[in-house]
Design a protein around this ligand. Structure first.
Ligand code: SAH
Length: 220
């Protein structure tokens, strides 16, 4: 049985979504594949019904457990930064949350390995992705500081929570030519960075300011 919310109309109408796409374009998102994913992924199904009417606003919103669904702009920006220079095949995602970023990304790459430390959120994300018939995602309840070693190296790593530095295990699991996108820095001064591995060298670029929840140790 498909999720009845998938057939919603009104706030989920094409016009509402077009407005969001126009806004992202104005802010510099240019990759047509990414814009098309933002248009077609029903963001409202990842949220509580009470907030669904705000699903196509370009803002982060609460999803319970003290966490948020990422702002569409930042999801688009991270996805675009990950895809630049050629689509990665294997991508490690840290911080599945509600699964929205995962859903935007999944059809653009071969496989997503997604790690979440809050079991209840992971379970919910699993259900929504199944309802959306997205089947190239493997999920793990684990601590993202450790990455997911058995499937390394990854062509891309996307981290949806901020830390003062990139966890060393993630850099170790980044393959040659691979790109890691992550918010780094203290609260209110986070920067979205992209690290590209060139052999033993790590090239670092700052993509812009960011506001993410913190990357936390341990499971919940
Ligand atoms: N990607 C989500 C947003 C996630 S918010 C979206 O598309 O909306 C950040 C998520 O990272 C939260 O769900 C939080 O529980 C998770 N997280 C924080 N620290 C983590 C860690 N060490 N390992 C795995 N997940 C972590």
């Amino acid at each position: 049985m498909t999720n009845p919310k998938l057939t919603g109309i009104g706030m989920t109408s094409a016009r509402t979504r077009d407005r969001l796409i126009a806004r992202l374009r104005e802010q510099g998102i240019a990759n047509p594949l990414v814009l098309e994913r933002i248009r077609s992924v029903p963001r409202h199904v990842f949220m509580d019904e009470a907030l669904a009417s705000r699903a196509y606003e370009d803002t982060a919103l609460p999803i319970g457990h003290g966490q948020t669904i990422s702002q569409p702009y930042i999801v688009a920006r991270m996805t675009e930064a990950l895809l630049e220079g050629g689509a990665p095949r294997k991508v490690l995602e840290i911080g599945t949350g509600c699964g929205y970023q995962t859903a935007v990304l999944a059809p653009l790459v071969t496989t997503v390995y997604s790690v979440e430390r809050i079991a209840a959120l992971q379970l919910r994300a699993r259900r929504v992705l199944r309802d959306l018939r997205i089947s190239n995602v493997f999920m793990r309840h684990g601590d993202g500081f450790e990455g997911w070693p058995p499937y390394a190296p990854y062509d891309g790593i996307l981290v949806a929570a901020a830390a003062m530095a990139v966890p060393p295990a993630l850099l170790e699991q980044l393959g040659n030519g691979g790109r890691l996108i992550m918010p780094v820095g203290p609260d209110r001064e986070q920067r979205l960075v992209r690290i590209t591995r060139r052999g033993d060298l790590l090239e670092r670029e700052v993509l812009g300011p960011a506001t993410f929840v913190p990357l936390l140790q341990g499971l919940s």
